[in-house]
Ligand binder design. Structure first.
Ligand code: G3P
Length: 222
């Protein structure tokens, strides 16, 4: 499963990219609003695209087909690795179809059911993003939607990649991988949690303590 970082924080992206941990980045208007400060969001997106050797999702803010298409075309000019994020709307499907026909990659976002995922695939999206955490927040079984979408895509050989989004914790990542999501996009905090285990810390403390004892003994015997 590919891992994308769900952020517009440049230093986090730089770290994760240099560590070879991520295959791409996803952003949205909320994340850009949080991290862009006074910088033009298009400049931030271009910077992100230069930091990552992989797709970078950038979202339109229009909600009509012509507006989404026009914004999508402009976003696609920012860098070769831009993927245009289009919301799961009736007009969004029209915009997706037109962008795909122009050779622009599309990530259909704000998907909350398996049949929405199916329609995004029919429209030709490269990715579809079911939002796991937001579904869990309202008491739904988010993983069931990913499971159903996986089965549907496999049944009919649909090539759209399932991009598990709105990930809140490492179990979301593990379950998405087991079900066969193609990608999981996660905040930096979740990526860092994947690294952690208390037994790793305890084991390292013990190794370092024992090594200090050995060094101290060697000094005494020298
Ligand atoms: O980028 C889309 C998605 O991952 C947002 O997640 O945490 O705002 O529900 P969240």
């Amino acid at each position: 499963m590919k891992i994308f970082l769900d952020t517009a924080d440049l230093s986090d992206i730089r770290w994760a990219s240099q560590a070879g941990l991520i295959d791409g980045v996803t952003t949205n208007p909320t994340l850009l609003s949080k991290h862009a400060g006074d910088v033009d969001p298009q400049d931030v997106l271009q910077e992100i695209c230069s930091l990552v050797d992989g797709p970078v999702s950038a979202e339109v803010v229009a909600v009509d087909a012509d507006g989404m298409y026009g914004e999508g075309r402009e976003l696609a000019k920012l860098a070769d690795n831009i993927v245009v994020k289009i919301p799961m709307l009736e007009d969004g499907m029209l915009a997706t179809r037109r962008l795909v026909a122009d050779g622009v990659k599309v990530n259909v976002t704000l998907a909350f059911s398996s049949v929405q995922c199916l329609l995004a695939a029919k429209a030709g999206a490269t990715y579809v993003s079911p939002f796991l955490g937001r579904l869990d927040d309202i008491g739904h079984d988010a993983m069931e939607i990913v499971r159903e979408a996986r089965q549907m895509f496999d049944n009919f050989g649909l090539e759209t990649e399932i991009l598990a989004a709105s990930i809140r914790h490492p179990r979301h990542v593990a379950e998405a991988a087991l079900i066969g999501a193609d990608v999981a996009t996660m905040p930096t905090a979740v990526l860092k949690k994947l690294l952690l285990h208390p037994l790793t810390d305890r084991g390292l403390d013990q190794f370092l303590n024992d090594w200090s004892k050995l060094v101290a003994r060697a000094k005494v015997n020298a």
